[in-house]
Ligand binder design. Structure first.
Ligand code: ADP
Length: 290
């Protein structure tokens, strides 16, 4: 990671980074444990421009996690390719390889409980060994301070923090590596409505200050519409893109926008697609059970 990347990524909400272009081309994934031949993804094509915030929604089992696992370098596709900034990241004959340039934040926390916040946030940088301890600490403190004054909890342990704070620290731990993309797998799923709304605001503030290509997986359509620049609705298995819709609401986003005619129009359009796919998944489940 170079300093020039850092400089270009910082700035106002309209600033897009000059890296983080993701091309998913004709991606397919077949799970075949003992000949089961489960086609999880088929002919999946998607392009993300640097700094795009894309939410992926779709019924359970439509291949969202499969897609995320391939992007994260945890799994290999059966066909097709993923390239990031022109570099091949995933293909059938390429062994999967995770890296600090594409970090995943999951629903269940993944902070080291025996390390303090500052130790957690600096961990990845220090592991790469191209940054010294004092520089890593300085960068982490500055990130924490900018994210709503989290520098005050730098010496706390994760167990002393609320789940919302833990999730914010995790997102910062990912961002300090200046990743080409940030992968968020239903990070706020277990939260109640009030905490979820707070986390949305925190995430949008972080996105405005340090814009990155974000892929956000969720079951929650309102969350997707509120946060993202684009909402992708996937079909029921085999998962492919059913609808890819631009959320042309201005930033900064506000809750009042969720009452606007444009928001309601977008919601109607996406909800129909999601419900139709959920109905197909349900009917197929019935057939498979019969
Ligand atoms: P989602 O995240 O949308 O709920 P997944 O990507 O987890 O969907 O799963 C897509 C399909 O692939 C499902 O039918 C699931 O049962 C199947 N699947 C996922 N992982 C495996 C695996 N390791 N082996 C066999 N089938 C799998």
């Amino acid at each position: 990671m170079s300093e020039s990347q850092n400089t270009s990524a910082a700035g106002s909400a309209s600033d897009r980074p000059d890296f983080g272009r993701v091309s998913i081309s004709d991606l397919g994934k077949v799970y075949d444990p003992e000949g089961a031949n489960v086609v999880a993804l088929e002919h999946c094509d998607l392009e993300f421009a640097p700094g795009d915030f894309v939410a992926i929604v779709g019924p359970s089992g439509c291949g969202k996690s499969t897609l995320l696992n391939i992007l994260a370098g945890f799994d290999t596709p059966t066909s097709g390719t993923v390239t990031v900034d022109g570099t091949l990241l995933a293909a059938a004959d390429k062994p999967p390889k995770p890296g600090p340039d594409r970090v995943v934040v999951f629903q269940q926390g993944a902070l080291f409980p025996w390390k303090t916040v500052i130790e957690n946030v600096t961990y990845g940088l220090l592991k790469q060994r191209n940054v010294g301890v004092s520089e890593a600490r300085e960068r982490a403190m500055s990130l924490l301070a900018k994210a709503g004054g989290l520098d005050r909890i730098a010496d706390a342990y994760p167990g002393q923090l609320s789940s919302g704070m833990q999730r914010r620290v995790e997102i910062l731990r990912a961002l300090i590596n200046n990743p080409r993309m940030l992968l968020l797998d239903e990070p706020f799923r277990a939260m109640d409505t009030v905490n979820k709304a707070r986390m949305h605001q925190h995430l949008l503030d972080i996105f405005a200050a340090d814009r990155k290509t974000i892929l956000f997986i969720t079951h929650d359509l309102e969350e997707a519409l509120f946060l993202a620049d684009r909402v992708v609705v996937m079909t029921t298995r085999p998962g492919t893109v059913r609808l890819d819709i631009v959320i042309d609401l201005p930033r900064p986003r506000t809750r009042e926008m969720m009452l606007s005619d444009e928001y309601i129009r977008l919601k109607q359009q996406t909800i129909e697609a999601v419900h139709e796919e959920a109905r197909k998944a349900f009917e197929r489940g019935e057939r498979e059970m019969a």
